[in-house]
Design a protein around this ligand. Structure first.
Ligand SMILES: [Zn+2]
Length: 301
């Protein structure tokens, strides 16, 4: 049975949603924001998640963490903060991308998806076919790239491009691949100068379990000045770094951490054309950084 999981995009465009939310933002931010966002600046409010690892068996656990319960705990926060969109940077499923994993994910996300569009990227623990069977209608533009699941999201201040770094299910490394890189290069060259953020699952170092074509990606995007940031997951570590002025934002995991020193949670982001404010919401693991705000300024040009 074909069902429409995400319905909010049919009623209002994402841009309109963003502008509508802006009206309440000034009130929310007054007196409590130390960020660079100025009153009157157009911005989009996004909830950023990664590595949610939803299992078919709700009791499935790892290192004392229950991924199903972690997302279940976060969902009311996602609903109440009413972001313009929710981004999930891959590893949606527990290990091998089973249909039951995605059925549970769909069920858990339903209260969120009824209110705001949810944009998902695939990770190395996802199965593209199984995912697309369960999530047969998702928001955002879907450019046709053979064997890849890519979503383009246009908001007033920034463009988001959700890429597909899934190479083999349940093996660690990732790859964008030549076809996707060439599509991206053409798309970036032909699109207007709207600041652009890339989002995908894999990490950006030179290890055997990272994004294997990261040098090719970096050499392509370094001179394309509209590319301001990359949002990714995979490491289950929360951190910020830079490459050629491009901000590299490594999201914490929602499902579990690998080390006790790392937070488990999500990031509440308010993103404009000149930069963004990122607030950590830690719900488990190391809670020391809960509420910490990171202000980023985009590179010029
Ligand atoms: Zn993961």
């Amino acid at each position: 049975m074909a069902e429409v999981f995400f319905r909010s995009m049919n009623r209002r465009s994402f841009i309109q949603t963003g502008l509508a939310a802006f009206g309440t933002l000034v009130t929310l931010n007054s007196g409590c924001s130390t960020g660079l966002m100025k009153k009157g600046e157009q911005q989009t409010h996004l909830a950023l998640l990664a590595d949610i690892h939803i299992p078919e068996d709700v009791e499935n656990n790892y290192r004392g963490f229950y991924p199903y319960r972690n997302l279940e705990k976060i969902v009311p926060d996602l609903v109440s903060t009413s972001p313009d969109g929710v981004l999930i940077a891959g590893d949606l499923a527990r290990l091998t991308g089973q249909p039951g994993d995605y059925a549970n994910l769909r069920k858990l996300l339903s209260p969120v998806a009824e209110k705001t569009p949810v944009f998902m990227a695939l990770g190395n623990h996802d199965d593209r076919q199984n995912f697309m069977k369960v999530f047969n209608k998702t928001p955002g533009e879907k450019p046709a790239i053979k064997g890849k699941y890519v979503t383009v999201v246009k908001t007033a201040p920034v463009r988001l491009i959700m890429l597909d770094s899934l190479l083999y299910t349940d093996k660690v490394p990732g790859l964008l691949g030549k076809a996707q890189r060439q599509w991206l290069e053409n798309y970036l060259k032909e699109s207007d100068e709207t600041p652009t953020i890339l989002c995908f699952h894999h990490t950006l170092s030179d290890g055997d379990g990272d994004l294997l074509d990261v040098p090719r990606l970096f050499s392509m995007i370094a001179p394309i000045r509209k590319v301001k940031a990359i949002v990714y997951g995979h490491s289950h570590v929360y951190g910020y770094s830079e490459f050629e002025g491009i901000h590299l934002i490594n999201l914490p995991a929602v499902g579990y951490n690998f080390n006790d020193s790392d937070p488990v949670g999500w990031v509440d982001a308010r993103i404009g054309s000149r930069g963004g404010d990122f607030v950590l919401h830690a719900v488990a693991g190391n809670l020391d950084q809960d509420g910490s705000v990171t202000n980023l300024t985009w590179r010029k040009g």
